[in-house]
Design a protein around this ligand. Structure first.
Ligand code: GLA
Length: 387
């Protein structure tokens, strides 16, 4: 009898420990109360790679204010890989590269906060970042506390060098949920609201588990500033809308607007990303961006589709030899409709509607059926409703 009771107690205790561990498993989408709509902001990586400095971040923050980007909703200014010194300090804490960031990250956070912006930073769920700098694996609590103390508001958490024995990308799917849960829980424990961006490039069908671990999750490999790359990421992501919603979003990577695609293609990226409820993280060299690029990024009617509070990403209602029609239900009962012509030849495309349609790029309204020529690589975006 004693032996039986002892065994039962042991089982119950084991159950408690297992239960505690299970608390590090998936949490409900929206677990941290952040990102009710897809995050919007800027990140240096697409335009500058690892060549990031505090001067660039300051100049970009200023430009985000003066250009109207901030007021259009782009509030997160994120420093990507390359910001760290090559080693931790004597206490094991992360530190910024003293030459590139002589004032330190806390001063930079204060600078962007004073301008009504928020600061994002980059780290990695492995032993090294993709650029070879110190990773957070095994240092999650200390690093989350460091970020919180500095005033960081957003963490992009990459997936290179998942263990000492791994190459840059070779073990990216090993222990992924544990590694991401460790930082998620550390961020929660820090007490500071920090948006958590899971940058695991679509490994292990991250859309199936991402919402339990972060506010957004990369669905694909890195975007390139080409039409082909942008369309590939659209195709890889558009069918995953059912996994996303308020608090957790599919992330087909940062925008390449202004980085070398044609004006038509730039507009197509903005249209498709808005339809998919993708995070709108400009990867543009904003300091030198021209007026057309800024106008495209700040179109309020298009941004309103991306940020619609219902948070229901578009689905493909028809696709025929590169001619796509997408629909997205909106919170006020309207519907967003996209006509996308992937092909290299202009095409007349049509959609039957009930109600009047406003072309969100031209501002023109048409009642009834939409029938229009869509340029090669072009996309039209309409808001259809009773008004
Ligand atoms: C990975 C990420 C990119 C960028 C680089 C930085 O490739 O997917 O978005 O952060 O690392 O090294």
């Amino acid at each position: 009898m004693r032996a039986l009771i002892l065994a039962l107690v042991t089982i119950l205790l084991a159950g408690t420990v297992a239960g505690e561990r299970a608390a590090s498993g998936p949490l409900p989408r929206g677990y941290n109360g952040l990102a009710a709509t897809p995050p919007m902001g800027w990140n240096n990586y697409n335009a500058y790679g690892l060549e990031v400095t505090e001067q660039l971040i300051r100049e970009t923050a200023d430009k985000m204010v003066s250009s109207g980007m901030r007021d259009a909703g782009y509030v997160y200014v994120t420093i990507d890989d390359g910001w760290m010194a090559g080693t931790r300090d004597a206490s094991g804490n992360l530190r910024a590269d003293p030459e590139r960031f002589p004032s330190g990250i806390a001063a930079l956070a204060a600078y962007v906060h004073a301008r009504g912006l928020k600061l994002g930073i980059y780290e990695d769920a492995g032993v090294k970042t993709c650029g070879g700098l110190p990773g957070s694996l095994g240092h999650e609590t200390a690093d989350a506390e460091t970020f919180a103390a500095w005033g960081v508001d957003y963490l992009k958490y990459d997936n290179c060098y998942a263990a000492e024995s791994c190459g840059q990308y070779t073990c990216s799917s090993s222990n992924e949920t544990e590694r991401y849960a460790a930082m998620r829980d550390a961020l929660l424990a820090s007490g500071r609201p920090i948006v958590f961006s899971v940058c695991s490039w679509g490994t292990d069908a991250v859309w199936r588990w991402g919402a339990g671990y972060g506010n957004l999750w990369r669905t694909t490999a890195d975007i390139q500033p080409t039409y082909e790359s942008m369309v590939l990421l659209f195709k890889e992501t558009v069918g995953l809308g059912g996994f996303a919603g308020p608090g957790g979003w599919n992330d087909p990577d940062m925008l390449e607007i202004g980085n070398g695609m044609s004006a038509v293609e730039d507009r197509t990226e903005m249209t498709l990303w808005a339809a998919m409820a993708a995070p709108l993280i400009a990867g543009t060299d904003l300091v030198h961006a021209d007026a057309a690029t800024l106008a495209l990024l700040t179109n309020r009617a298009v941004i309103a589709i991306d940020q619609d509070p219902l948070g229901a990403p578009a689905r493909v209602v028809s696709s025929d030899q590169g001619h796509y029609v997408l629909e997205r239900p909106l919170a006020d009962g309207d519907t967003a409709v996209v006509l996308f012509n992937e092909t290299d030849t202009a095409a007349v495309m049509a959609a039957d509607l009930s109600g009047s349609a406003t072309d969100l790029w031209s501002g023109e309204s048409t009642p009834g059926t939409i029938r229009t020529e869509v340029p090669a690589h072009g996309a039209m975006l309409y808001r259809v409703g009773q008004s």
